[in-house]
Design a protein around this ligand. Sequence first.
Ligand SMILES: Nc1ncnc2c1ncn2[C@@H]1O[C@H](COP(=O)(O)OP(=O)(O)OP(=O)(O)O)[C@@H](O)[C@H]1O
Ligand SMILES: [Mg+2]
Length: 234
Amino acid sequence: MAVITVHDVYKIFGRRPRRGVDALKRGATRADLREDGLTAAVIDASFEVEAGEIFVVMGLSGSGKSTLIRVINNLHAPTSGHVEIGGVNVTTASGDALRTLRRERISMVFQHFALLPHRTVGENAAYALEVQGVSRSEREDRAERALEMVDLGGWGGAMPDQLSGGMRQRVGLARALAADTDILLMDEAFSALDPLIRRGMQEQLSSCRTGSTRRSCSSPTTSTRRCGSVTGSR
Ligand SMILES: Nc1ncnc2c1ncn2[C@@H]1O[C@H](COP(=O)(O)OP(=O)(O)OP(=O)(O)O)[C@@H](O)[C@H]1O
Ligand SMILES: [Mg+2]
């Protein structure tokens, strides 16, 4: 059964974006919308992600990958269409239901790390657990194990600005791994890593998938294009 279902999603940025959806359905192009002051980031995306599946969204820079992934957990509300997670309509869910879903089922690794600058690396890695209400000793333990998984064992006491870009990206990954949710959304989670470390992290993640917890991952990358239909390059 599908864990994530995306139904006919459009995301248009600009004033009165709904008119952009109508125009696209009548055959207008992205360029036509731009002339009207609208940006068509996601055009008519529909797909399902099964439990345990690694689902990758590919497309050129600016084609809408980050926007699409943010629509999945409703950080961006779609202009049209909707998303279901485990049968719950995320698009129409109440604030409480959405917070519970994000806290308990979904982790996200952001393209630009999004670390809290005034908290230590360990506190950043443990952040999702703090939000989940996990006790201090357990979250310190789980955060340290997650940091070890991304080769940052012993760095828990450092501050984010003492780390390189690739190390900071791995803290973001550790934060998601520590949360141990069944859905992991990753927005170019490996982009700042050198090829050798990237390979190690990807293997690490594959082994998580076959371990006790199964995750559905969506990992946009700019390296190839495939999803003209997903992000709409009309
Ligand atoms: N908050 C926003 N407000 C207005 N326009 C936005 C916003 N976020 C994204 N866009 C626009 O939507 C389009 C898609 O952006 P998005 O960040 O989703 O692309 P991307 O595929 O992730 O690109 P990259 O590979 O460079 O990360 C771009 O034209 C961008 O300018
Ligand atoms: Mg992006």
